[in-house]
Design a protein around this ligand. Structure first.
Ligand code: AMP
Length: 456
């Protein structure tokens, strides 16, 4: 088995790795680092959790050990699709470069340009950025990219999903042709393949896990929810979710709950909170400080349930998530693999529950065909009878063209205790012995129109 000391890394890097408590390189590290140190381009097909960040950071620090940063001309560039991922790479860099004098700057949206400009003006060895923010700086004339010797593209498939590929191509073309490139993607969509053929040269291809496979450490279950009425689906799923979390009891130490739409992320988090759960939300519309604070709480363990959208949660490194709940079945089957991959990491056991309504059938089928096996069906929980106090959970505003009172009726019917049924033998308080027929008559609500999934 390869040891870190076999990898020709800078001794200062080795010391930091040892202090981080890593004993042996992960497969992607063992395979990528020797090629990276030889100056070759690397194409890594790997997901978060495989140790891929260190597989490019450790050789980068070693290679940048010689030479000095020049004002406005970073020597290396790491591109990540989201602010959180960029911040995570920056944290990794701080850990592994702590015994060196290398400098870095993090260019992400939501942070003032002034501070970032100052760092760049002074000169940085490593610039870690989201593509949009990087181009903003470039266009303001504050940044020159012709000094870039090493460029990393992390999570390229997510860049593709988010429409960043034109930005990536532009950034590639602004950096010198002689640069060394490390390119990471969990899957190789044709568009990604095209980019790698265009911008990588004789790249060493390293694939660490079978594409689209799910870990055997994860116990998966498909929870079928059959709404009593279509327009009640959202509220009844919230009810089933609460029931599931309660049933998991203490074994659910921390969980990520995924929703397809960011407005549902807020509603689900608020609903959980109002039912006494320790929950927080993370999605692209929240300001950066809020996102960072929520994430920190979740990492520290003071927040138990993180309700998230795919983009916000993508690639986040939270080592010990006990559960993943898919509040919605993801419409892109690869997202299922990424979502449930948040649990069962580093050899631990994890559980992943997916709530599916009959209208999700085609998405479930797509997932099962992608992962090559059926998701085991959980014993369908009976639609739980609500017993909690009423809660005011606002529905996402543009969800459906229905009126306020029907929404209130739905909330009351599901999130709140069932209204006292007229007693058959006893008197009904406030109405004397007689309940007028019109109060006992059932009525139909117009069906709720579901919207399509939104993107971050
Ligand atoms: P990544 O795939 O880069 O997001 O890394 C996932 C997690 O694995 C991070 O928490 C790293 O700190 C950790 N890690 C990276 N390399 C190693 C290693 N060689 N041994 C143990 N843990 C590691």
């Amino acid at each position: 088995m390869t040891k870190f000391s076999d990898l020709a890394l800078d001794p200062r890097v080795l010391k930091a790795v040892q202090e981080a408590g890593y004993e042996t390189p992960t497969p992607i590290q063992a395979q990528a680092i020797p090629h990276a140190l030889e100056g070759k381009d690397v194409l890594g097909i790997a997901q978060t959790g495989t140790g891929k960040t260190a597989s490019f950071t450790l050789p980068m620090i070693t290679l940048l050990g010689k030479g000095r940063a020049r004002a406005r001309m970073p020597r290396s560039l790491v591109l990540a699709p989201t602010r959180e991922l960029a911040a995570q790479v920056a944290e990794n860099f701080d850990t592994y470069a702590k015994h060196t004098k290398l400098t870095k700057a993090l260019l992400i949206g939501g942070v003032s340009f002034g501070e970032q400009d100052k760092l760049i003006d002074r000169g940085v060895d490593v610039l870690i950025a989201t593509p949009g923010r990087l181009l903003d700086h470039f266009e303001r004339g504050k940044l020159l990219l012709q000094g870039v010797q090493i460029m990393v593209v992390d999570e390229a498939d997510r860049m593709l999903d988010m429409g960043f590929i034109p930005d990536i191509e532009r950034i590639f073309s602004l950096t010198p042709f002689t640069r060394q490139t490390f390119f990471y993607s969990a899957t190789m969509a044709p568009e990604i393949e095209r980019i790698t053929n265009t911008f990588l040269q004789n790249a060493v291809k390293i694939e660490v896990a079978r594409q689209n496979s799910t870990s055997t450490n994860i116990e998966q279950a498909l929870v079928q929810v059959t709404p009593s009425r279509k327009d009640r689906s959202f509220a009844e799923k919230r009810n089933v979710l609460r029931d599931l979390i309660r049933k998991e009891g203490e074994s659910c130490t921390n969980a990520i709950i995924f929703c397809n739409r960011k407005m549902d992320v807020d509603v689900v988090a608020k609903s959980l909170k109002s039912h006494g759960f320790n929950a927080g939300a993370i999605h692209g519309d929240l300001d950066q400080r809020q996102r960072t604070a929520t994430l920190d709480e979740f990492r520290e363990g003071s927040l138990q349930l993180l309700v998230a959208s795919d983009v916000a949660a993508r690639g986040l490194d939270v080592p010990s998530v006990s559960h993943v709940f898919n509040f919605d079945v993801p419409t892109h089957p690869e997202d299922y693999v990424h979502r449930i991959g948040r649990t069962g990491r580093a050899g631990r056991k994890g559980k992943a529950f997916t709530l599916a309504t009959p209208s999700d059938e085609k998405y479930v089928a797509a997932i099962e065909s992608l992962v090559g096996q059926p998701i085991p069906k959980a014993e369908t929980p009976a639609q739980p009878t609500p017993t909690e106090e009423p809660v005011a959970v606002a529905e996402p505003a543009p969800r459906a063209p229905r009126n306020r009172s029907s929404r209130r009726r739905e909330e009351r019917a599901v999130d709140a205790p069932a209204p006292a049924a007229p007693a058959k033998d006893g008197p009904v308080v406030g109405l004397g012995d007689h309940v007028p027929d019109f109060l006992l008559r059932s009525f139909a609500l117009p069906p709720r129109v579901e919207e399509s999934t939104d993107e971050e």
